[in-house]
Structure formats: C-alpha cells, structure tokens
Design a protein around this ligand. Sequence first.
Ligand code: SAM
Length: 281
Amino acid sequence: MPKSKTSLKLRLPRIKATQAEHDETINKIASLRQFYHYVEIKGTQTTQVHKHPLPVWDEIHPLIPLTVKDMKCLDVGCNSGFYSLILAANGADVLGIDINQTDIDVVAQAEWLETEFKTGAKFQRTDVLDLPSSHHNQYDMVLCLGVYHHLPDTDTALQKINKLMKKDALLFFGSVTNRFGESQYYAEDSAEFANDPYCYRIATPEDILEDLQENGFELVEEIPIDSSVYYGLFKKVKTTRKKTTRFTPDKIAEIVAQQRKAKEAELKKSKKSAKTKKSKK
Ligand SMILES: C[S@@+](CC[C@H](N)C(=O)[O-])C[C@H]1O[C@@H](n2cnc3c(N)ncnc32)[C@H](O)[C@@H]1O
C-alpha cells in the first residue's frame, strides 16, 4: 500500500483572529465544556490537559492512502471530531458519528469546530448500529478509535461496521487493552474501570484481534503507539462468524459475576493458607 509521507496536510489550518475573536473563542470553548480533542484554534486551544489525539494521528497518517480525495470516510465515535476534520480538510467526504455517551454534547463541539474550519465534514448524533441500510457498502475507510471497549455487544457492532464498508475498505481500529492477564469485563453502569460507567471490557490484544477477525476484518498492520491501547489497520474481508453474539449486557453481567466469584474464592484461599502458615509457626 502506498504510504503517505508529506502529501496529507497533517494539521488543521491556522485561523487568524482579532483579539475580540480570540476572546470570543475562549468563551465559546468554555461554554461547550471539556473537550476530549486538543485543537488549536484562533490563538487558543480546546483543551489544556493533553494533546490527544495528535500523537495518535502522527502514527496513523503514514498508513493512510496517498490521497483521501474522493474517499468516503466514516468516523465512528468521532467525539469532538479531530479525525473527521483533518480527513475532510484533506478532501475526503467524511461523516463523523457519536452517541454523546456522557452529558457533554461532543457532537455540538465537533459541529462548532466545523463552522470554524469549514472542512466539509458532516456530523451526526447516532449510534453506529442505527445507521440505516442506505449507508451499507458506502465507506472506503472507517475509523473506530477508542470505541470498542464502550460497546456492550462487540459482535453486532463490528458486523454492522463491516456492512457499512465497501469491499477491501480500510478500518483504523483502536481500543484500550490489557496486555498483562486476561480480558476483563464490566457490568452495565459499573464504575470499576477508571470510574468509567461506559466501559464494558478491557480485552487482551489477542481477544480483540480474534473478535475483529471473526467479524470480517483482516489485520494489515499493528500500529504500536501506547502499550495500554491496541491500534491496528484492518481490511474488510468476508465474515466468518454466523449471526451470533457472544456479548450482550446480560452475558457480560454473567461473566462479571463469575469473575467476582473466582476472585473471592482466590482471596479466601490465600487468607486460609496465610492462616495455616501462621498457626504452623
Ligand atoms: C474514548 S472516545 C474516542 C473518541 C475518538 N474516536 C478518539 O479516538 O479520540 C469514544 C467515543 O465513542 C462514542 N461511542 C460509544 N459507543 C458508540 C456507538 N455505539 N456509536 C457511536 N459512538 C459511540 C462515545 O460517545 C465517545 O465519544
């Protein structure tokens, strides 16, 4: 595959602003609340916390085809829209979708950024599962970054994403992962992982890969960025999985109950052996 080196614009354009426009932008950003994406705009920026997703984008863009002009792209879980905007700024026809999982209207943030950068990206508040069949076989490239661990039912969602893609289309995928130990599953509304009530799983890279492969994606290249996240470029191939779902919220609750029971049993066992050791002394 041709690798893009310099042909893509790698940053959103700089927008010149008067002092009044700069001040207005600061107020606008504050009114839209905490942004997830760091975007420099009119001499200020959307977030001071970190520069996500620039380091990720800098690793991903060399794998993007030399030109994205005329490519139809879908950014699943677009959040405040950085990836959608940068692809559209490079000429792609982009739809960014997000369910607005928290009480922050991330789609409103993306829409505002679009009014400023005028890239042509479109945004929609929707669950990927609810995209109508008119979107099937439409997309040349899909981004699904940081969404997988939020999906209650990964099989259904991955199969839907597969359906949305054209033959041989590309999927840029990323998910929080657990490289040390077994996949962990969390019950609905549990706040067990980083106080995130919307996290259903922290799966191992092996389990994530198997999930993708069984739902019709072939690994093109893993993208090593951060050990806590699994990133890869995939290609759509034929689905081998029949219409089954291994994970539903009920199934996850069942797994969580089993995992808790196993942990409790382990704890009991280690307490007992500590007691025995003590009494032997
Ligand atoms: C951790 S953020 C990742 C944002 C962005 N893709 C990135 O990598 O920077 C996950 C986003 O996915 C959205 N999301 C979760 N499930 C979704 C679904 N089924 N359909 C569309 N968006 C979803 C959430 O609302 C959230 O904004």
